[in-house]
Ligand binder design. Sequence first.
Ligand SMILES: Cc1cc2nc3c(=O)[nH]c(=O)nc-3n(C[C@H](O)[C@H](O)[C@H](O)COP(=O)(O)O)c2cc1C
Ligand SMILES: O=C(O)C(=O)c1ccccc1
Length: 334
Amino acid sequence: MPSYEAIARQRLPKAHYDYFAGGAGDESAVHENEAAFARLRLAPRVLGGVAPDLAVTLPGGRASLPVLVAPTAFHRLAHPDGELATARAAAAEDTVMIVSMASTIPIEAIAETGATLWFQLYVQPDMAFTERVVGRAEKAGCRALVVTADSPVFGIRPRDLHNGFRDLPEGLACENLREGDVVRPIEFSPEISWAHLDRLREVTDMPLVVKGVTHPDDARTAVGHGAAMVMVSNHGGRQLDRVAAAIDLLPEIADAVGAAVPVTVDGGVRRGTDVVTALALGARAVLVGRPIIWGLAAEGERGVREVLRRFRAETEVAMALVGAPLDRSVVRRC
Ligand SMILES: Cc1cc2nc3c(=O)[nH]c(=O)nc-3n(C[C@H](O)[C@H](O)[C@H](O)COP(=O)(O)O)c2cc1C
Ligand SMILES: O=C(O)C(=O)c1ccccc1
């Protein structure tokens, strides 16, 4: 049976497939995210007598499995139902969807699906506008604000340059940036700093999450600035090439944060064994990006649901087989 990725590659225009699949520079960080998981090995525990429990409680609510939908832009490029399909699938599987600021359906309409949503934000240079967008997300019922910190500028992505892919086609727009008839372009802001995080904490009651942390000192600083959660991520290798694999960065960040706030990791999570490895290395949950897109492109809501179902089944079995306690001692590097 062809994989969802193979179906997506076949079905989508090349420029769109490449946009979803590709990354920065030589794409070494894209590949490294998966390769790093493949270098890790497990040393399971036996006779621990503990049944696996997949449910997680996070500052932005509860999920029935420790696999959350990563914020990814432009779902209507993958499927006409776009983010509505993704949200319905997340709701059906009782997990959290982190809605990209660059969603092609407005946050209010996505919220009507009833899914547990967190809103991902790129702080815009116009702070008043940024705050209006945050206000919309909060009013729509989003339960956390995920501030993406790894994108002061947009990464250089050779596939997109080669394909001439720059923006959404006619008829699609970043609906969260719409005010009346005007849709503002997303701007990346090199000036974004911890002061912006402080300001956001003042203007919203949503717990603040910092996404894209790769250095333990920044993880500590994020907690100091009131972050309720830290997301270890190299943006799926799409921003800076040669960044270390997310899973390799996780342990030192988990150490830096300690028990202060939950830590998540994303990048290259493809199997239940990856999920369990991430949990063993200190993550409370993981995010998945491209696998969700491939499910969406192949079969819409049903495809996303099937991707989440597979993660659930694999994670449950892997967790039972790796045993308890699930900690660093069960992971080996080969
Ligand atoms: C097509 C695509 C679009 C993305 N858009 C966003 C975005 O709008 N905001 C954001 O914070 N991260 C974005 N990301 C990064 C993801 O949230 C996540 O960090 C990454 O995809 C995880 O890696 P994986 O795809 O290997 O699972 C995007 C990733 C992809 C693949
Ligand atoms: O493609 C991305 O990785 C991404 O984060 C993004 C964000 C805004 C608009 C387009 C893409």
